[in-house]
Design a protein around this ligand. Structure first.
Ligand SMILES: [Zn+2]
Length: 131
């Protein structure tokens, strides 16, 4: 079993170091504390190829199985927007109309009238699914 530093694990697994630490805390990644010249440090056991932390894979499942239409705020006010990209390291949704948010909120039950007109226009123009 290969053990690497959190920094190296972060690089190889394409997750932030905070995500690596979180995955260690919740048991998704195994790690042990090893003595190092500067004290003790966490050494992460590299998981098998194809491993994804639960949060990331649930996001990916969501992205694949659900509508790309999301609320841009927790109050579910205004329009639902078409999410073009959820971001890789952190959730940084980029909505089709150019709006940027810091999170997405489930909009499964929205009506067509609640869709952002700009997002609708662009999605149709690009022939995107669920437009
Ligand atoms: Zn929009």
């Amino acid at each position: 079993m290969e053990r690497v530093t959190i920094q190296e694990a972060s690089r190889r697994l394409n997750l932030s170091q905070a995500d690596i630490r979180e995955s260690i805390r919740n048991g998704e990644l195994k790690a042990i504390r090893e003595p190092s010249p500067t004290g003790r440090r966490w050494m992460v056991e590299m998981p098998e190829e194809g491993w994804e932390n639960g949060f990331k894979s649930s996001l990916r499942d969501l992205a694949q199985s659900m509508t790309p239409w999301w609320w841009s705020n927790a109050q579910n006010t205004g329009f639902v927007h078409y999410v073009q990209d959820l971001g890789i390291e952190e959730i940084e949704p980029l909505y089709l109309c150019g709006l940027k948010g810091d999170n997405v909120w489930d909009a499964t039950d929205h009506t067509p009238e609640q869709r952002c007109p700009e997002c609708v226009a662009i999605a149709r123009e690009r022939d995107l699914p669920h437009a």
